[in-house]
Design a protein around this ligand. Structure first.
Ligand SMILES: [Zn+2]
Length: 111
C-alpha cells in the first residue's frame, strides 16, 4: 500500500460522526479500535477475505448487514459492494464506507 492511499484510509476511519434519521451514531476512536479488532478477528477466521477484490461499486444501502460490523446499511448510507473470487467462486461483500476502509487497512497489514 502506498502512503497516499494509507493516509486517505486513515482519514476515512477518523471521520468524527455519522448521522442518519434515527439519530447520531457517535464514531469515536474507541469504535475504530473495536472495529479494527473485529476486522482482525474476521480476517483470522476467514469470515472476511484477504484477497484482492475484482470489482467494487457504491450505491444506496438496502438494509443488508455490513460484512464487518453486522449493522444493516440503511438507504441513508452508501453501501460499498465488493466482488471477489475465492477458489474460483464469486463472492459479494457489503460494507459501510468506514468499515471498508478498516478492512482494507487490516487486510493490508496481513499481506
Ligand atoms: Zn459496517
Amino acid at each position: 500500500m502506498d502512503r497516499c492511499s494509507a493516509s486517505s484510509l486513515l482519514a476515512a476511519i477518523a471521520r468524527p460522526a455519522v448521522r442518519n434519521e434515527t439519530g447520531t451514531i457517535r464514531v469515536s476512536l474507541d469504535d475504530g479500535q473495536t472495529l479494527r479488532a473485529k476486522a482482525r478477528e474476521k480476517l483470522e477466521s476467514g469470515t472476511l477475505p484477504v484477497d484482492d477484490h475484482v470489482r467494487v461499486w457504491g450505491g444506496r444501502g438496502a438494509n443488508q448487514p455490513c460484512a464487518l460490523c453486522d449493522i444493516p446499511i440503511s438507504p441513508d448510507d452508501i453501501e460499498y459492494e465488493l466482488e471477489l473470487r475465492r477458489r474460483s467462486e464469486l463472492h459479494t461483500y457489503r460494507f459501510h464506507r468506514r468499515c471498508l476502509a478498516i478492512w482494507e487497512l487490516e487486510r493490508g497489514r496481513r499481506q
